[in-house]
Design a protein around this ligand. Structure first.
Ligand SMILES: [Zn+2]
Length: 79
């Protein structure tokens, strides 16, 4: 997964809303959205610093130029 975080006001889902299903892990504070067909997770909705935010999996954005990105690696296992 290759995530970018976008303020909710700057995110618009053009289509495909009905192709996803929402799952709530752990504390139920992030709405993880999965594709009903293949199980990929294209995005999630939550809050960061009290503001609504979307986490977008850029691997699910065909127009994204992944080679042009500067990556910040995150080791979630050691947190
Ligand atoms: Zn899919």
């Amino acid at each position: 997964m290759l995530l970018t975080f976008v303020p909710a006001d700057n995110f618009t889902l053009d289509h495909g809303e009905d192709a996803t299903i929402t799952y709530l892990f752990n504390k139920h504070i992030i709405r993880h959205r999965f594709c009903k067909t293949c199980g990929a997770q294209p995005f999630a909705e939550g809050e960061m610093d009290g503001k609504a935010i979307w986490a977008v999996n850029l691997r699910c954005v065909p127009a994204a130029n992944l080679d042009a990105l500067k990556l910040n690696k995150f080791d979630g296992a050691s947190r």
